[in-house]
Design a binder for this molecule. Structure first.
Ligand code: HEM
Length: 390
């Protein structure tokens, strides 16, 4: 076994067992959010064992064993750092620099040649999470963590499928008689997102998620720099859909800032396809350009109808995420926390109210809400409907 394989074996076995044992201890307490001083023996063991592997890996210096291995190793270092943060062994609010110096050095070394952030990202636990004999990598063996990862991955697959189908319309153009086939298939993919999110909403236990899963997604420092937590949406597909449909625009200062911030949290091939979508003329603008000449053509009208259905379904996924998943699994349980814990709830760092209104802006862009304070597609949709009568 190579050193990185040894380390990965530890991550898949002892590390997961220790995290699970700690979660059970915290969860059985009355104040579940107070984890300081609980299970210190296990925390010290985890810190020391992880440190031992990381020091050897850093000495070896041979992290470039191909993209797959380097990306996996970065994830494994990140899972360790995120756990140390979760168990309050580290906390960016009380430190200027991460006490995990060797782990920081290793993470930065690998990330600099991969072109991604030096922390664990969603892809490590979803799209790039290799199963060994059917068992995926995770922080714990809690059923609610598996459930979250499983349904997150299903939604990601379906969003990616929708994005890929929409991108196939680009070389054809929106007046092509076959464009509706691709719009309709993309609509089906978005229906799969809706179904998967619905099931997640129904099956996930709110307290288990809030107290035992979500805390692993907090921000932490790598050396001096604090990095926001991973979130389920750190893949390009959803933004490609936003941009291609014309619901959001890469030259909108609010939205482009979000893209820039998110870019390095994505795996490199997602970064490439997102950049590609950023330089395309959206379907909305293409339809508006073509409508005066084509408005009476039956195939064109069918394309408009199918396009508007895709937009509507994308809006439904945004409502579902904000009004159900975020509200029920984060906003509601946060209300029970003390002010100090409340301030550290979000994965991205800003206070919850700020995060909620930022997510609301995104939702309203995606549903093309009638808002005058932000740019949405609302008026352009009305214009398209008026021009075509669809
Ligand atoms: C229990 C389930 C979920 C909860 C509680 C949740 C919560 C959140 C929160 C709070 C954020 C803001 C990030 C932050 O804290 O900094 C976020 C972002 C995001 N999440 Fe989720 N999420 C869930 C599941 C999902 C799923 C299944 C997807 C679909 C793949 C998803 C996609 C996204 C996206 C794309 C973003 C980035 C913001 C955006 O573009 O809308 N989330 N989520």
């Amino acid at each position: 076994m190579t050193l990185s394989q040894d380390y990965e074996h530890w991550i898949r076995t002892s590390f997961v067992e220790m995290n699970t044992a700690l979660e059970e201890m915290y969860f059985s307490r009355e104040a579940r959010e107070n984890v300081e001083g609980v299970g210190d023996d296990i925390k010290n063991q985890m810190r020391a064992e992880g440190h031992g592997f990381i020091c050897k890996l850093l000495d070896e210096g041979n992290t470039d064993e191909g993209f797959e291995n380097a990306f996996d190793l970065l994830g494994d270092v990140g899972l360790y750092m995120a756990s140390m943060r979760r168990h309050e062994v580290t906390n960016p609010a009380r430190e200027d620099v991460s006490p995990l110096q060797e782990a920081s050095a290793l993470a930065m070394h690998i990330s600099s040649f991969l072109g991604v952030v030096p922390r664990f990202a969603t892809a490590h636990l979803t799209t790039r999470n290799r199963a060994v004999d059917g068992k995926i990598k995770s922080f714990t063996t809690l059923p609610d963590e598996y459930l979250f990862l499983d349904y997150n991955l299903r939604s990601i697959f379906a969003f990616k499928r929708a994005a890929e189908l929409l991108s196939r319309i680009l070389p054809l153009g929106v007046t092509h008689p076959a464009a509706a086939i691709l719009f309709d298939d993309a609509a089906d993919a978005l229906r799969d997102v809706i179904e998967s999110n619905d099931l997640l909403f129904k099956k996930l236990d709110r307290d288990r998620f809030f107290y035992c899963v979500r805390p692993y997604y907090k921000p932490y420092r790598v050396a001096r720099q604090e990095y926001r937590g991973a979130n389920g949406g750190d893949f390009s597909g959803i933004n490609e859909i936003d941009l291609l449909l014309g619901l959001c625009s890469a030259n909108d200062p609010y939205y482009s800032q979000l893209l820039v911030e998110k870019m390095l949290f994505m795996e490199p091939r997602d970064q490439i396809s997102l950049r590609e979508s950023m330089r395309q003329r959206s379907f909305l603008l293409q339809f508006l350009d073509a409508a005066p000449v084509n408005k009476n053509d039956a195939a064109f009208r069918k394309n408009v109808e199918s396009y508007l259905t895709v937009c509507k379904l994308h809006g439904v996924t945004a409502r579902q995420h904000h009004d159900k998943l975020v509200k029920d699994f984060i906003e509601k349980p946060s209300a029970a926390l003390t002010p100090e814990k409340y301030a550290q709830v979000t994965a991205s760092g800003p206070p919850l109210e700020v995060l909620m209104s930022a997510l609301e802006v995104l939702r309203d862009m995606r549903v093309a809400a009638d808002r005058k304070d932000i740019r949405t597609a609302h008026d352009d949709f009305q214009r398209l409907r008026a021009l075509t009568g669809v």
